[in-house]
Design a binder for this molecule. Structure first.
Ligand code: PBG
Length: 322
């Protein structure tokens, strides 16, 4: 029955009424806060392109994790900034690497938070690519071996969940096999299954000091035009043993979050990446938009598209508002 019997505005008449019929809700327990861990003690090094986000030494990271837990945030994902990088990404799988030490420290102090490690080589290679390079090309299978070694070393340190973000083929199977062989059959894998070669990662590369020294990542990360290919990537990662998947970036790829939600019955995360965060912060700093409003609107959109979990630099701000 149409107007005048039907009046859509009736259910928008007050905040109580709107809240009664609200379809999408955000929960701090489904936010994952990315953290950048660096060497040293008492270090907090602000990232100029990401206001409020900083590289922190392990001691400060532990405190940050305690704050996140107190706010009800579900998890943290750790990125390591080693003091030394080499051709072999050896800092990525070193038993006493920055991430391995950080995980041990966090797990001994902060008990409830799900501690996730980003498994990638790009923060540890001198050239900034996500794997071993041979004649300027990234060698897929050799890179998978490094990733598997890194995941096992994270497991030994006590990580709850590993998240490979490199986009090598077969890395989920490689990591699963290595974890099982090392007697960690219960550590789940959250794969960045549909990860696009994106300009939205710009500020992250300052934060993680991982800008490729030559070329770009288009030979392993996905072309932003391809939605069907993203579904294939997800399907393959699930066949290889991924327990959950990530679509990344988030806001420019909402259609693919929805497509994945409709096709795959596994937990789906979306990564609201650095550029998405920085654009909101920059516009808000100029007084052009209202930061809190836009932050919540973007987070609700990602949720409404079908993401259960959201990796977001706004996790603390949003949790405080909820
Ligand atoms: C590592 C990695 C990147 C991001 C997460 N893991 C950078 C990249 O692939 O270049 C980006 C996250 C962000 O922009 O917030 N491979």
């Amino acid at each position: 029955m149409a107007f005048p019997v039907t009046r859509m505005r009736r259910l928008r008449s007050s905040e109580s009424m709107r809240s009664l019929v609200r379809e999408t809700h955000l929960e701090p327990s489904q936010f994952i806060l990315p953290l950048f861990v660096c060497e040293g003690e008492g270090v907090r090094k602000e990232i100029s392109s990401m206001p409020g986000v900083a590289q922190m030494s392990i001691d400060k990271t532990v405190v940050e994790c305690a704050v996140a837990q107190a706010l009800g945030i579900g998890g943290v994902i750790l990125f390591g900034i080693p003091s030394h990088k080499d051709e072999f990404a050896s800092g990525g799988y070193a038993e006493d690497g920055i991430i391995q030490r950080a995980v041990r420290a966090i797990k001994s102090e902060v008990k409830k938070l799900v501690v996730i490690t980003d498994v990638c080589n790009c923060e540890y290679t001198s050239h900034g690519h996500c794997g071993k390079t041979v004649d300027g090309e990234v060698d897929n299978d050799a890179s998978v071996e490094w990733l598997a070694a890194a995941a096992v070393s994270h497991a030994r340190a006590g990580v709850d969940l590993v998240a490979p973000s490199d986009m090598m083929d077969g890395r989920v199977a490689g990591i699963r096999k290595a974890l099982d062989a090392a007697k960690y059959p219960n550590i789940p894998i959250m794969s960045y299954a549909a990860k696009f070669a994106s300009g939205f990662y710009g500020p992250f590369r300052e934060a993680a000091e991982s800008t490729p020294q030559f070329g770009d990542r288009r030979s392993y990360q996905m072309d932003s035009s391809n939605g069907r290919e993203a579904m294939r990537e997800i399907e393959l990662d699930l066949e290889e043993g991924a327990d959950m998947i990530i679509v990344k970036p988030a806001l420019a790829y909402l259609d693919l979050i929805r497509m994945a939600r409709d096709r795959f019955d596994v937990p789906i995360a979306a990564y609201q990446v650095s550029g998405e965060f920085s654009m909101i912060m920059a516009a808000a700093a100029n007084g052009w938009i209202d930061k809190e409003r836009i932050m919540m609107e973007a987070l609700v959109a990602i949720r409404r598209a079908g993401a259960g979990m959201t990796l977001t630099y706004f996790a603390k701000d949003a949790a405080r508002l909820l």
